[in-house]
Every structure is written in structure tokens, then in C-alpha cells.
Design a protein around this ligand. Structure first.
Ligand SMILES: [Zn+2]
Length: 512
């Protein structure tokens, strides 16, 4: 089962794979007894022109052509499970674990998964970052000694902040692929540094506040709990909700990260499907991190297959609610009230590596403590969805973003009379600090109480709220959305101009 070997396996876990190493490894799998179950597809190019490769695993090989492949995958009725690795290319465990899993499949393994599911893997989502291997990246991490790639892409973007603004070719390619395949479950594989905790891996569901309630409750209360139990029972790995001790002190409590859908798993669940973030632990050794990630992927895929009927039912119900406009848009989010729970403390040892810096390693021994935990967000406010949103003069940038997210929309060929509500801004500000080559914008204000009759001009874009992706559309368009096209400067010119006159936001709500 262990041939061909991955780069870490042939280097005593001193090195990680380059992009070409991964492609060469995948080619070798073709010759294994069940190599035909795997198919490679190029879904796009990185900014430096490296291929973004998707590997499909299915009992019956999928056609090479993209449209045939999607149709074939959907026609089987099998579950579609998607695993994205190496988004932060210094966090290499997902890339290595995926290669091992694919080898197992090519040897005839995971028959039980393939009976009910088609698996989709992107082993290297950030190939440009991956190949910038340097010992000075992630110095504090416990190996590999040969170094790892960079967090950022060649253009300097963090791909895990790009899911609303889609500035990168990598994100555009992934969104197209996801829109095409429409996976039931998506996993995004990372590695985390941070607090001295006692877990081989931490995880999170989507933390976005606008996720469908049924899907959210199932993911948090059933799906992830079962996966957690299986990780302990089958693999002796301790896993828990992602978080950190506040200011490094356990007595201050354990708190998760961020609810905004600029993060991939937060975003993906707004499309009414399940998303799971996986974070191996930097201070465990490289082989342990890879084994924990492999086990977590396997157990998540198994849990998905076990619950396949329920997952499809919940997703369909969530889609129907969106199509019937039976959702409200939530905003003004904060961490949920603390819940006292048992969290494992861990211990770290440190080692000075000459001319590079300090490396941290986890040492054996964990201590359970009962402390306040806050691993989810709630929204304090909400607004009902309109019939549709309209933008009178959509810029090419806005049009491209609606397209990139797969949002249903149409352009008016002739003026139309409608009842419209305006969002009147009381103030707006841009952050002074540049972040991901933007200065994030926030607006304050409110939707007008009363609608007024208006002529919507030809050329305006009409975005119906009764569509399957209503939650994504609202996230992008609602002026009070906490991570939106407004946030990422797509309406800067219109907003600056409006503040000099009637202070009306460029996105209008149609009520009739
Ligand atoms: Zn990461």
C-alpha cells in the first residue's frame, strides 16, 4: 500500500513536495490496480501560470471534458465531497495527506466511500506559494527541516481572505469549479500555530451568521460531534473546536476566530452546503500533523456518507427557503455567550535553530480544564430580503463579481417602473490600514421606511432575492453586510459621490 512514496516519506519527513513532485506522484498512481478511479483535471492557472489541478476519485472514471464530468457526477446521484488543500502553502499537511489518500484509493482502498460518493481533491490550491520553499517560512513550526512554502500567493494575496472580493485567478478558478460541481461538503485544510493546547487538530464549521439554521445545527451538533468521537475512538487523536486561549491565558477562556465569509469555509456554507475547516497543530511533528489531517479527512468523508440522506434533505430545504425568499439577512455579529466546557491544555518546548529562529514542539502530557468557550457567533440585527436588488449603473468590476459568485442576475433592456427603497447613509469610512491591497469600507445608515415609485433605467442589473444563492447575494449586496462588495471597495466611486448629494447607497431594494 505504500508505493509510490511521497516526498516526506522518502526524506524521513524532512521535506515537503513541490508542485511538480505532487504532479509526478499523481502520474505514478495511474499504474496502480485502481489507478483508473482517479482523474486529473486542470481547473485554472495560478498567477505565475502553474496548473491548478483537481483530482476526482470515483468508481466509474469521470469524463475528461468539464461539462460531461459535471453531468456524469450529478447523474449518479452520489454525494459530492470536496477537499481543498494547501491554500496557505506553508501549511503543507493537507497536500501530503491528500496524496496518501489518493494512493490508498488507487490501491483499492476506501471502497466504502466510493460506493456512495464522488471525491474531489485540490491537492495544491496555492502552487506559487508552495514552490517558494524556504526554511525561514513558519520558523516556529515543528518541521519539516527543509522548509515550507509561503502563506501568500506570488501576487502577495492571502487566498483565505479572497472569497468575497475574488482578486486572484486561484479563487476565481475555485469558485467556478465549486459552482459547477456543487459539492455537498467542502473541507479546507490548514495548520495552526497559536495557543499551547492539547489537540492534534482543531476544526470549525462555517461561522458565518447567515448560514441556514438547519444546516448549521446539524453540522455543529451532529456531524462534527460524531467526527470528534471517531477521531478519538479510531485514531486516538484529540480534536476540538478551533480556538485560542485569550491573551494566551486559559483562565481567560477559549475563543474561535472570525465569522466573515472572506474565509473560505465561512463563505462556502452560505451556498447552503456544509463546510469544515481543518487545522493541524504546528507544534506536533510533521508526520503526526499529516496523519491527523488524513484521519480527519477520512472521518469527515465517512460521516458525510453515513448522513447522506439527511445532508441532501437539509441542503434541499435550505435551497427551497432561499428560492421562496423565506430568509432574513443578519448583521451586527458578536461572539455567542460563553459556554463552560472542558479544554485540554498542552505543553511546549522550544529549540533555537541557528540563524533561523525559535522552533516550538509539543511535549507529551495534557491537562483538562473547565473554562468558558466561545466558538460561534450570533447576529444582533436582521433585515428581511427585498424582492430584488438593483444597481442602476453596475461597473464592469461589480458585474464580474456577480458572475464569479454565480449569482443569478439580468440586465434591463428597457426602463421599468418599480417601487424601490433606498439605503440612506449617515456616514462612511475607509480603514487607514491597507489590507489585502484594499482599504476596507464600512457604511452606516438605514433602509428608508417607505418605498417610492422609480424608473429603473435600461442597463441596470436586477438581482432577484428568490434564488438559491440568496444568502450569498445578500452578503455581497446588503449595505450593512459585514463583508461585502461595499467592504472591498467595489462601490467606492458611487459612495463618495453619493455622500456629496442625497447619500443614497448604489444598491436599491425593489419591493414591487
Ligand atoms: Zn491557514
Amino acid at each position: 500500500m505504500e508505493e509510490p512514496r511521497t516526498v516526506p516519506e522518502t526524506s524521513e519527513w524532512k521535506r515537503t513536495s513541490t508542485h511538480e513532485d505532487v504532479l509526478a506522484f499523481l502520474r505514478k498512481l495511474d499504474d496502480l490496480p485502481h489507478g483508473k478511479r482517479l482523474r486529473r483535471h486542470v481547473i485554472g492557472k495560478s498567477s505565475e501560470g502553474r496548473d491548478l489541478v483537481l483530482v476526482t476519485a470515483s468508481r466509474e472514471p469521470l469524463p475528461a471534458d468539464k461539462n460531461d464530468r459535471t453531468a456524469a457526477a450529478k447523474n449518479t446521484g452520489l454525494l459530492r465531497l470536496f477537499v481543498n488543500a494547501n491554500i496557505h502553502a506553508g501549511e503543507v499537511e493537507g497536500k501530503e495527506a491528500v496524496q496518501i489518500l489518493l494512493r490508498e484509493i488507487a490501491h483499492g482502498g476506501h471502497e466504502d466511500l466510493l460506493e456512495h460518493a464522488i471525491l474531489f481533491f485540490v491537492p495544491v490550491y496555492n502552487p506559487d506559494g508552495n514552490d517558494r520553499i524556504d526554511r525561514k517560512n513558519r520558523v516556529e513550526q515543528n518541521g519539516p527541516d527543509g522548509g515550507v512554502g509561503t502563506r501568500h500567493t506570488a501576487e502577495g494575496y492571502d487566498l483565505n481572505r479572497d472569497f468575497i472580493k475574488v482578486d486572484t485567478p486561484e479563487c476565481a478558478a475555485l469558485l467556478r469549479t465549486i459552482a459547477d460541481i456543487d459539492p455537498d461538503v467542502l473541507m479546507d485544510l490548514h495548520t495552526t500555530n497559536g495557543s499551547a493546547h492539547g489537540y492534534e487538530l482543531t476544526y470549525a464549521p462555517s461561522l458565518a451568521v447567515n448560514v441556514d439554521d438547519g444546516l448549521r445545527d446539524f453540522t455543529r451538533n451532529v456531524f462534527l460531534k460524531e467526527i470528534r468521537a471517531a477521531m478519538a475512538r479510531e485514531h486516538r487523536f484529540h480534536v476540538f473546536d478551533y480556538g485560542n486561549f485569550v491573551r494566551g491565558k486559559p483562565e481567560n477562556g477559549w475563543v474561535t476566530y472570525d465569522h466573515r465569509p472572506r474565509f473560505g469555509t465561512n463563505y462556502f456554507a452560505l451556498r447552503n452546503r456544509i463546510a469544515v475547516l481543518s487545522e493541524a497543530y504546528s507544534y506536533d511533528s510533521f508526520p503526526v500533523r499529516t496523519a491527523a489531517t488524513r484521519a480527519f479527512v477520512v472521518e469527515t468523508l465517512h460521516a458525510a456518507v453515513r448522513h447522506r440522506a439527511e445532508i441532501r434533505e437539509l441542503a434541499n430545504a435550505a435551497d427551497e427557503q432561499c428560492k421562496n425568499r423565506a430568509v432574513a439577512f443578519r448583521y451586527d455579529s458578536e461572539l455567542e455567550d460563553p459556554v463552560v466546557d472542558e479544554v485540554l491544555l498542552g505543553q511546549l518546548d522550544h529549540e533555537e535553530i541557528e540563524s533561523i529562529g525559535r522552533r516550538s514542539k509539543r511535549v507529551p502530557g495534557v491537562e483538562p480544564v473547565k473554562i468558558p468557550t466561545r466558538v460561534a457567533f450570533v447576529a444582533k440585527k436582521s433585515v428581511p430580503l427585498p424582492l430584488a436588488w438593483v444597481i442602476e449603473k453596475p461597473s464592469s468590476h461589480v458585474r464580474a463579481l456577480l458572475e464569479a459568485h454565480g449569482i443569478e442576475h439580468r440586465f434591463l433592456d428597457a426602463p421599468e417602473e418599480h417601487d424601490i427603497r433606498d439605503f440612506v447613509m449617515t456616514s462612511t469610512k475607509k480603514s487607514r490600514r491597507a489590507f489585502e491591497k484594499h482599504h476596507e469600507r464600512a457604511v452606516e445608515g438605514a433602509w428608508s421606511e417607505d418605498a417610492h415609485e422609480a424608473t429603473v433605467p435600461a442597463g441596470a442589473v436586477w438581482i432577484p432575492a428568490n434564488q438559491r444563492l440568496a444568502r450569498v447575494a445578500a452578503q455581497l449586496l446588503e449595505p450593512l453586510s459585514e463583508d461585502s462588495l461595499t467592504t472591498w471597495n467595489a462601490f467606492d466611486d458611487e459612495i463618495e459621490a453619493a455622500m456629496q448629494s442625497a447619500k443614497v447607497h448604489p444598491v436599491h431594494a425593489v419591493v414591487r
